[in-house]
Design a protein around this ligand. Sequence first.
Ligand code: MN
Length: 202
Amino acid sequence: MAFQLPELDYAYDALEPNIDAKTMEIHHSKHHNGYTTKLNGAVAGSDLEGKSIEAILANLDMSNGGVRNNGGGFYNHSLFWKVMNPQNKGTLSGALKEAIEAAFGSEKAFMEAFSNAAATQFGSGWAWLCVHKGGKVDVCSTPNQDNPLMPGVTCGGTPILGLDVWEHAYYLNYQNRRPDYINAFFNVINWNEVERRFNEAK
Ligand code: MN
């Protein structure tokens, strides 16, 4: 059973003006599709074939570049589309809000920490909010398509919010203004989905 490119829950133009339609179309139909196709090629005929992406990444041989890059790319983008939503955004609330305030002091301080992780990731990569068993949350960043599910990668735990800071994620609209893209991302976070993932993984 091969991995399949997930459909978006919304139209390519639904996140405008925060993320433009052309970027979304290329990002999903070309970049994410490419990772998906290459992941299937990388696991075909190996003992990884048929396993879940979470199981593959958690037990990853980090020297296996094909699965590391494309499995990471498949998983990371699948999460990214889900944690954004133009309509049903919700607000940071409940147990997740409490965990964020316990870790960072305030929602504003969390936003600063997350923005800083995204802004200071040199070159291509991701910023993450992760939850550990017991409910503690923290923020980190990873290069390329690595993510904290992989063995020994940055903060560990389960990523529940991720921001793609590869130039392909923002360059058409924002060019070199990565901080503006990061600020815009906060306008489209689907907090209901982030909280759902927090409660599932904590
Ligand atoms: Mn991307």
